[in-house]
Write a protein that binds this ligand. Sequence first.
Ligand code: COA
Ligand code: ZN
Length: 306
Amino acid sequence: MKRIFFNEVATRDGFQIEPAFIPTDTKVALVNALSTCGYAKIEVTSFTSPKAIPMLRDAEEVMGRIRRLPGVEYTVLVPNQRGAERAMEARADEFNLVMSTSETHNLANLRMPMARSFAALSDIIRSVDGRTPINVSLSCSFGCPMEGPVSQDDVLAWVGRFADLGVRGVTICDTTGMAHPAQVSRMVEALQQRFDPLQLTLHFHNTRGMGLANLLAAVQGGIIRFDGSLGGLGGCPYAPGASGNISSEDAIHMLDAMGYDTGIDISRLLAVARQLPDIVGHDVPGQVAKAGRITDLHAPPGSSQT
Ligand code: COA
Ligand code: ZN
């Protein structure tokens, strides 16, 4: 059975676009519950400017209070040097650096041109000097809602620059759900040919209903690491039209049904997912938490249940 590794991003990508502040206690309890489900990694929060992402202004407190389970990596999003210092102080297991492959999105999201982001992230990588593993998330790698297509060669060039700096992994992000399965197949084939020892992760949003099809294309192309967000929450506040990530539980349920080993206790995960509408105060897109697993049987219509 092929092993697939999931990184749960609900408390970072999922929460950052939510309008109503989610209390720190609730965030800590959710991370603790997710920790027991079998994830390889959890992206707990981000060390961004509290003015830019007010929802995650309690990043230090959340990182300080979660119960860390052995075998789970607790990663955080880091946009700049100040974020890296805060992440170091918080003893994050991994720094997930971020920049966009679209100049317009980088300016909107990080308020600097790509060249300045790259210089800043390079300085962080050099200053960390291997003490903490580094992943780099490349936003808008399959297209930008403001610029349109992003060339695969440009994405590969960015991956190459970070690989040359010795990062452990790179995440290819479809920030606003513009990827389609044929494009994903081409991208993952090219990535694996050129960057074999690098940990490659794919990050999909379901903005246009192609999320699980894209995940499947990537799995069939040999990718074993994915980001997902509980309930299908998520989106970048600085990418027009952004909406939820692929739902972790829907993706994990599908892969499990197909015979992949996700390492996740799905019953436990669904129980956590069913708490989410109360946590965020609205319905969430995830489907399996509502429908039940394909192995959950129902009584025939009209039968009396005692
Ligand atoms: N953590 C906390 N505060 C930070 C910070 C960080 N990582 N980076 C900057 N700041 C603060 C500065 O201290 C300064 O505060 P002040 O106004 O009280 O003096 C203020 O933010 C502006 O600093 P500056 O260096 O000019 O940053 P900026 O305004 O150009 O913002 C980012 C740059 C990257 C920090 C900001 O755009 C950001 O956090 N973006 C969020 C990106 C994100 O998470 N998007 C969604 C996920 S992809
Ligand atoms: Zn995302």
